[in-house]
Unconditional design. Structure first.
Length: 395
């Protein structure tokens, strides 16, 4: 069995206590005289035995505090039978203190109880036995030597544990703050990705379709019309990109971003879709709605028209935005396309973005093919969103 390696500070304490005790023995200074009735072993040499044992216990004050206290207790009792050394008493108080501070919690509590009971017993028993007021001083000495260091160690241990708990809470708070920050950054990136998709996809789709038409048809008039539409969509796309970049930048005196689109812009949105070749019928009577609801409804219509331009079969696209039972109902229907890949409004990334917008407002969202007797083949693609207009849901 290997002994634990002592802490450097404990070595300093042990050496200092031993040298101090030797100095006191050398000058003949003890805590009792030879004539004291308690002194059974007089002379300087008996003092060295408990002094040396106590110095060895100081080496274990932090590495093995309970073992040090168990060995130091007989040593201090043996010191009482000699002329005594103040260095031995001081080192014993330090060992009691270290046993409470560095020992297990259960041992620290027991040491407090034991030293407290010894103090009470040391006060009452001598007084009852001798009926002398001076006998009370024995309890005072025991309290100073044993209970005082134990109580001090308990206070220091409580403060140390409280500081450690506060440090752990601070680390947990910092970790949670970092996790919240990372989640916020991730959410903001996803939101900006949806904004980019909603803002630019419509114009890029129109540019791609009309540039393909201009390249495939050898007709100057058709090419000129297609290039006109391409230019209009390019300018509009660049304007919306500048607006989005303005949002990302820090607001300055003259660089504030433009306002977000509202439902009042649905007519312009439908007109742009008609210019790109869609047959759009708009039925919009939303009234005054909260800003988040209006922006969500506008983005749903914008993405639906973009997907209709890319994937729907030729035919009429119907857009309906009306109030219904305390909610704003947004419905977009288009002919079902038979092309490969994502189909019609609400497919791919646009579908995910629309679902997330509606979910954030506490509404419902549905998208997919459905039957319509009024259509040529009886099948259309429909997007339907129901956005609550109550203040709590739209905040």
């Amino acid at each position: 069995m290997t002994l634990p390696r002592p802490h450097r500070f404990d070595v300093y304490v042990a050496v200092g206590g031993l040298l101090g005790g030797l100095l006191l023995v050398g000058i003949g200074l003890g805590t009792r005289t030879r004539e004291d009735p308690v002194t059974l072993f007089d002379g300087p040499w008996p003092i060295l035995v408990p002094l040396t044992v106590m110095s060895g216990c100081e080496l274990l004050r932090r590495a093995a505090p309970r073992t040090a206290l168990l060995i130091a207790t007989p040593a201090i009792c043996a010191d009482v039978l000699t002329q005594g050394s103040l260095a031995t008493v001081l080192m014993f108080t330090d060992i009691v203190y270290a046993a409470v501070v560095y020992g297990p919690l259960a041992s620290a509590r027991r040491i407090q109880w034991i030293t407290g009971l010894l103090t009470v017993a040391g006060t009452l028993v001598p007084y009852v036995a001798w009926r002398e007021p001076e006998a009370l001083l024995i309890g005072v000495v025991i309290g100073i030597v044993a209970y005082g260091p134990a109580a001090t160690g308990w206070i220091v241990r409580n403060h140390r544990d409280a500081a450690e708990a506060a440090r752990l809470r601070a680390e947990q708070t910092a970790l949670l703050a970092e996790m919240d920050r990372a989640q916020a950054v991730s959410s903001e990136r996803a939101r900006m990705a949806r904004e980019l998709h909603d803002l630019v996809a419509n114009h890029l789709s129109a540019i791609a379709i009309h540039s393909t038409a201009a390249l495939s048809l050898d007709d100057p008039a058709t090419s000129r019309d297609a290039l006109t539409v391409i230019r209009e969509n390019s300018v509009a796309g660049l304007a919306e990109m500048r607006r989005l970049i303005g949002i990302l930048r820090d607001a300055a005196d003259d660089t504030a971003p433009a306002a977000a689109p509202t439902l009042d812009s649905l007519d312009a949105l439908a007109a742009g879709a008609r210019a790109n070749g869609l047959d759009v019928r708009l039925d919009a009577d939303p009234g005054v709605v909260p800003a988040p609801v209006g922006l969500a409804a506008y983005r749903i219509v914008q993405e639906s028209l973009t997907n209709a331009l890319k994937h729907a079969a030729p035919g009429r696209v119907r857009v309906c935005v009306v109030r219904r039972d305390g909610s704003l109902a947004v419905t977009v229907t288009s002919p079902f396309g038979d092309r490969e890949g994502p189909r019609a409004p609400g497919s791919g990334a646009g579908l995910v973005g629309m679902r997330e917008r509606v979910a954030l407002l506490g509404g419902t969202f549905e998208a997919g093919p459905t039957r319509d007797p009024a259509s040529a083949d009886g099948k259309i693609w429909a997007v339907h969103a129901l956005l609550p207009l109550t203040e709590g849901d739209s905040a």
